[in-house]
Design a protein. Sequence first.
Length: 455
Amino acid sequence: MFRKILVANRGEIALRVMRACKELDIPTVAVHSEADADALHVAFADEAVCIGPAPGAQSYLNVKAVLSACEITGADALHPGYGFLAENAQFAEMCSVHGVTFVGPTASMMRLMGDKAQARRVMSKAGVPVVPGSDGIVRDVGHASETAETLGYPVMIKASAGGGGKGMRVAWSRGELETAYPVAKGEAEAAFGNGELYVEKLLVEPRHIEFQIVGDKYGNVVHLGERDCSIQRRHQKLIEESPSPVMTPELRAMMGEAATRGAQEIGYVSAGTVEFLLDSRGDFYFMEMNTRIQVEHPVTELVTGVDLVKEQIRIAAGEPVEFAQSDVALRGHAIECRINAEDPERGFAPCPGTVTDFYVPGGPGIRVDTHVYAGYRIPPHYDSMIAKLLAHGSTRAEALARMRRALEEFVITGVATTIPFHIEMMADADFCAGRFDTGTLERRKRERERIVIAR
């Protein structure tokens, strides 16, 4: 096992990793920007190193500073969390060169799955269904238009190197495609330093279903069931749950087998997520693979009892996955609400500032992952998520009831948050009945705008 792990991240995920390390009796090192000097992950680590000014590009994305922190503290492993350097293949290689174990997949795996067009080809070769689309990168807007005409509108223009909704645009006609193409290209170049795009047939109103997988260095790959992440705004997830309300044992077996087969095709090692789109007929298609721990990983932990961060660390240390597919069982139902410092009444605009009151809910079946406390100043430089609220129950109805209670108990003052939005969703008849898809929030937004105009 490792002597010391440096956590190359901040916020709740840094704390989450440190807690796993503490239980494994592994000392931890925190890195932080000048803006995060008073952050909890700094206070809770065994050692802490300041790696630069507030902007992420000068601190958490500063590869030289992060690796220097490993060297001066003697950390022999590094956990990247999610975001920042978590899917940076070059960084993973540099860790290896400096004798530091990167807790995650290899650089080659990240490159393969990070190139969305190439990932489609690999999954198709493995027999995993993929959304009909371009055969690799489209050269220019003319090539994109030709591809779209062949596929039939609507289509989705997507950044090959991207994720998180960046560099993605929908086109319902040639005119819209010609307008959207340069916008998507520019956004992809700004976000990922790579403006390459590909085109996919747009599945109208699908569900977003992802399968959690873990693989070790000995060829074992196991899936831990699905998460339904269909409640989204601008391709950013807001609510996740497991199991999916529309999942059947037969469909789970098929999708899970496809996810593990795709991971085995590339010899995947570590925790990862294979994401699918599921249409109303029950047909599913590979969308992408995330080669890191996900924000919503606690949902799977609650229904399976598997500590995914500990699994990542053990696998990175050369240990095999300790359970077989037949050992995995989903128990009860779990729901996660992402609590963001955003104002739902102003288009979910970020709301940095000082938290004056902070009271965390509790009781049976409730879990809160957060780095916030009363008096904490939410900096404007990073992601706006400040907490993850999870509810687990023996049934979906019980999980929903517990989530409603917990949301009403959760007190955050000083900044606007998405708690009111989540309270509204937990009372929504369609959501409670499991009738929703990736377009649900956009349709609700358009309906509200029509009502306002009508008035």
